[in-house]
Design a protein around this ligand. Structure first.
Ligand SMILES: [Zn+2]
Length: 341
């Protein structure tokens, strides 16, 4: 199978226009959207917006530091607009049309509350004998009462929750995880615009048990990493030409975005302990092509410089395929091993 390129015409974020003229970029109305909104709750929109405002500057500072690239200089002003967007990116809307199963999404959307209820019932079950012997006059409107009946009801409720969680594990969304396009957010590289899909972030934060704030930071870092690697100026003022960037292998472009997202998560973890954990959980569910970067320079002591130099060289030499990129990484690794020994 030929390698996929990042910005082909099959990619929704390659659209130059959004809205009624480009119905395939974002879907705003469907039955599924209404149902997801009910599960996720409207408050997720505000949480995503607040997280963006709180972390935007810090994430950009870290990306500037890690890539050595900057988006603004005295002569060129490159602004990247970030929008907290309603609706669903089209590949996700298409996948949901095929794979949406109401109960699965309901269970995954309420996973943490169901798990907490299960633990609460365990706690209660252990104490039932004590409670009823000590306080026999508790007004329990449950008909004829014996300790055994109380145990039985608690066990039944617990079993129901356990069966639902077992029947719909996090992996029941595997057709969604397999989508080889960014769906939590997107970098519309022809528009210099980033979208954060609050409904999708809200849903996945519940399913993967990550806070909305942490997930927003990771998605923002990933999409901004695309913008920095594409339009960021090196010290000579060069960027990655839009056509070459769009025509580069998905493994290289997504790999660079994921590599820098992980660097941001590590750097900001001092302020916010769960970011690395959130990145690891999300990366674990990503398609393979998003994870190939982990083979580039694992455990290399100068990994930051190896990847930064390889990225700069790939942009300048207009390298677009993963195999050639790997050769550049290999020679950068050797160079840094030689100089640091
Ligand atoms: Zn991406």
């Amino acid at each position: 199978m030929p390698a996929q390129i990042f910005g082909g015409s099959d990619k929704f974020y390659a659209a130059a226009t959004i809205g009624p003229d480009a119905p395939l970029s974002i879907v705003f109305h469907s039955q599924t959207i209404a149902k997801l909104q009910e599960i996720v709750g409207e408050e997720a929109r505000g949480l995503v917006s607040a997280a963006f405002k709180r972390w935007n500057v810090r994430v950009r500072e870290q990306l500037r530091r890690a890539t050595g690239l900057k988006l603004v200089d005295e002569t060129t002003r490159t602004q990247i607009r970030v929008i907290v967007q309603d609706g669903l990116p089209s590949p996700l809307a298409v996948a949901l049309d095929k794979h949406y199963e109401e109960l699965a999404f309901w269970v995954l959307g309420h996973k943490s509350i169901l798990e907490a209820t299960k633990s609460g019932l365990d706690l209660l079950n252990k104490r039932t004998d004590f409670i009823l012997s000590r306080y026999p006059n508790l007004e329990l409107d449950v008909g004829p009462s014996s300790i055994e009946i109380h145990h039985e009801k608690i066990r039944y409720a617990r079993l129901l929750i356990e069966s639902l969680l077992k029947r719909f594990p996090t992996d029941s969304l595997k057709q969604i995880y397999a989508i080889e396009q960014d769906i939590l957010g997107a970098y519309f590289f022809r528009r210099g615009e980033i979208h954060l899909y609050w409904l999708v972030i809200g849903l996945f934060s519940k399913a993967l048990d990550i806070s909305v704030e942490d997930m927003t930071v990771i998605v923002l870092a990933h999409e901004l990493a695309h913008a920095y690697t594409h339009l960021g100026l090196d010290i000579d003022g060069n960027t990655w030409s839009t056509d070459r960037f769009a025509g580069t292998d998905l493994a290289v472009v997504e790999g660079l975005a994921e590599f820098y997202t992980e660097q941001v998560a590590k750097a900001l973890d001092g302020d916010h302990k769960n970011l690395q954990d959130a990145f690891a959980k999300m990366s674990d569910k990503s398609p393979d092509v998003y994870r190939l970067f982990k083979t580039w320079a694992p455990n290399h002591r100068n990994v930051g410089e190896v990847i930064r130099q390889s990225m700069i060289e790939a942009r300048l030499r207009q390298v677009s395929d993963h195999a050639t990129f790997l050769k550049i990484v290999e020679s950068a690794k050797k160079q840094f091993t030689a100089t640091s020994s």
